[in-house]
Design a protein around this ligand. Structure first.
Ligand code: HEC
Ligand code: HEC
Ligand code: HEC
Ligand code: HEC
Ligand code: HEC
Length: 437
């Protein structure tokens, strides 16, 4: 979709343009700048006003107050917390972008560690204007709105072996996907810390991934409450990459919805004008912050319906087929897959449920699953049921069953019930269901 393209250039391109100096430009506010080398000074007021105007920065700053990037608190919780800060802090994010920090793993003292980490001096900072527009106040011109990155994203889930690329709108979706990407599932047993070989889950579906009888004698994956891909699954699902592409007999083939190539995240998440608290720099499609997510609510569909190449002819509404029916279809598949996964527990659910607002996905499934496993964990899940070495012992899992659990997390935690990429979501869920007994 076509958007204001003069802004869609990455930061690096503009560094060279910062040739003029604003010696008298202080933080107190817009002032003129001294002339240098006999040339006239630049009227700072004029360039400042390209951004410092009621319709620009002033408006955006208020919209941004409604964004979880702004009101969320994860940046405080995770400050100084190593790898977490590449996505949960401004300085960390800019560091991994500007230094091209790889998503690879290295073997250090017998354990694999993720290299996708900013250095210790850059592990804090709230997500704000400078996080995404990191060239602000370098040339003091409009070009400073350039994005921190628009490059294809080397996936940390795959230790850099796969890439998310959202080509539309000059790659602005890659800015979002750099943070909104799944994290790696790593081995708890020897070789500890190594990324799971996801390919083997597909190529050897019947091989045992975790043997209940062996307990701590296993190799590879160690089941736990947090086993899984973390929260940012949208980037991968949207781009149609990174799911465990199980291929059971009679399964469906993998493909992507049109969104993958013709839309980028801001098209729907930064729609204009705002509807209540949705659109613009709120980054929200939903005009509500209540839970459960599926309770009656309104949305900002201005982005979906703005363009004749998108849905202008048959506008999306909360009751249109392309919303209500599609979402109901994916919800049914999520519910069915949850039932199958829980069936592996033979009497007790495998998945952890939480109907409170602590579950970011409350209401998306009938069972209010949050994608965690109902494992005993002294701090995170003290009432959890399953254990590794004492009873009740977590059951044996085959590769296909582990793959299906990962796919359930990917498809639940993309939040939109398939709107991001209906074809890919439907294929992952359908084939996962068919792969389980
Ligand atoms: C490319 C857009 C852009 C241009 C051009 C621009 N600014 Fe800013 N400026 C911003 C943004 C964005 C903020 C942060 C606003 C916020 O946090 O609410 C900001 C904040 C400020 C602040 C508040 C203090 C701070 O640093 O957060 C001052 C003072 C300021 N700008 C002065 C200027 C002056 C003087 C000029 C011209 C010489 C200028 N700006 C040009 C985008 C711009
Ligand atoms: C620097 C990393 C980073 C970038 C870049 C980023 N996000 Fe986020 N986003 C986050 C984090 C972290 C949160 C959750 C913050 C919290 O809970 O404190 C979040 C929250 C959100 C939410 C709210 C989720 C909810 O549960 O309500 C939306 C929507 C969102 N981001 C969309 C986007 C879009 C669209 C883009 C690109 C234009 C983007 N984000 C770019 C890290 C990022
Ligand atoms: C690859 C990027 C990335 C990394 C690395 C990362 N996170 Fe996140 N995290 C996100 C995103 C994106 C969200 C917001 C998801 C949403 O709401 O859609 C999030 C959400 C969260 C939340 C939920 C916040 C809320 O709004 O309730 C917590 C807690 C969290 N992360 C903790 C961590 C911890 C701890 C680490 C390190 C062990 C970590 N994250 C590493 C991307 C990341
Ligand atoms: C999570 C990333 C992100 C953050 C944080 C962010 N922006 Fe933006 N900004 C964008 C994107 C993406 C666009 C392009 C929007 C589009 O395509 O419609 C944009 C566009 C803009 C524009 C152009 C006009 C417009 O409304 O689209 C201005 C001005 C702007 N941002 C200012 C700000 C200010 C001020 C802040 C802090 C209060 C901020 N941005 C924080 C991603 C971000
Ligand atoms: C075709 C429109 C569309 C595009 C493009 C899109 N989204 Fe979404 N997104 C949605 C819808 C619809 C929801 C569900 C809103 C709801 O139910 O609250 C959603 C939900 C989310 C959420 C959960 C937060 C919330 O407010 O519920 C995040 C985070 C998110 N999207 C991030 C992204 C990212 C990152 C991209 C780009 C990789 C992206 N989206 C692209 C439509 C879109």
């Amino acid at each position: 979709m076509k958007r204001i393209t003069n802004l869609f250039l990455t930061a690096g391109l503009f560094v060279a343009a910062a040739g003029f100096v604003f010696t008298s430009c202080t933080k107190e506010g817009p002032q003129g700048t001294a002339g240098t080398n006999g040339k006239n000074g630049v009227d700072a007021n004029e360039t400042c006003k390209q951004c410092h105007a009621p319709s620009m920065v002033d408006r955006v700053a208020v919209e941004f107050q409604m964004s979880k990037h702004s009101y969320g608190v994860a940046e405080f919780e995770e400050a100084g917390n190593g790898a977490c800060t590449s996505c949960h802090s401004e300085k960390g994010f800019i560091y991994v972008c500007q230094n091209n920090v790889p998503a690879t793993f290295s073997l250090v003292n017998g354990k694999y560690v993720n290299n996708y980490t900013p250095d210790a001096a850059n592990q804090f900072g709230a997500i704000g204007c400078w996080t995404c527009h990191s060239s602000l106040h370098t040339t003091y011109g409009i070009a400073d709105l350039a994005f921190t990155t628009t490059s294809p994203v080397s996936m940390t889930m795959y230790a850099g072996l796969k890439e998310i690329n959202i080509p539309s709108d000059s790659g602005v979706g890659n800015l979002c996907a750099k943070c909104h990407q799944p994290r790696p599932v790593t081995c708890g047993y020897d070789p500890a810390g190594r990324v799971l070989n996801y390919d083997s889950l597909v190529s050897h579906p019947d091989v045992v991934a975790y043997d209940s009888a062996l307990g701590n004698g296993n190799h590879g994956v160690k089941p736990s409450y947090r086993l899984g891909v973390h929260y940012g699954t949208v980037g991968a699902i949207f781009a149609g990459v990174g799911g465990i592409e199980l291929a059971p007999p009679g399964g469906v083939s993998y493909s992507n919805s049109k969104h993958t190539t013709v839309a980028a995240c801001p098209d729907c998440h930064m729609a204009s004008p705002m509807t209540g608290i949705a659109g613009g720099h709120s980054f929200s499609v939903r005009n509500s912050k209540e839970t459960p997510l599926t309770s009656s609510t309104t949305f900002n569909f201005n982005g979906c319906n703005a363009d004749s190449t998108c849905h202008a002819k048959e506008p999306i509404t909360a009751t249109s087929t392309y919303w209500a029916t599609k979402r109901a279809g994916v919800k049914l598949l999520l519910d069915q897959l949850a039932d199958k996964i829980n069936g592996l527990g033979m009497g007790h659910n495998i998945l952890h449920a939480d109907a409170t607002s602590a579950n970011l996905w409350a209401g998306i499934t009938t069972g209010n699953w949050d994608g965690y496993l109902d494992f005993y964990d002294a701090s995170a899940n003290p009432t959890g049921y399953w254990k590794l070495t004492s009873t009740p012992k977590f059951p044996t899992l085959t590769n296909a069953q582990l793959g299906a659990i990962i796919n359930f997390q990917l498809c639940l935690r993309e939040y939109s019930l398939g709107i991001h990429n209906n074809s890919y979501t439907t294929a992952l869920l359908t084939n996962s269901i068919k792969s389980l007994p």
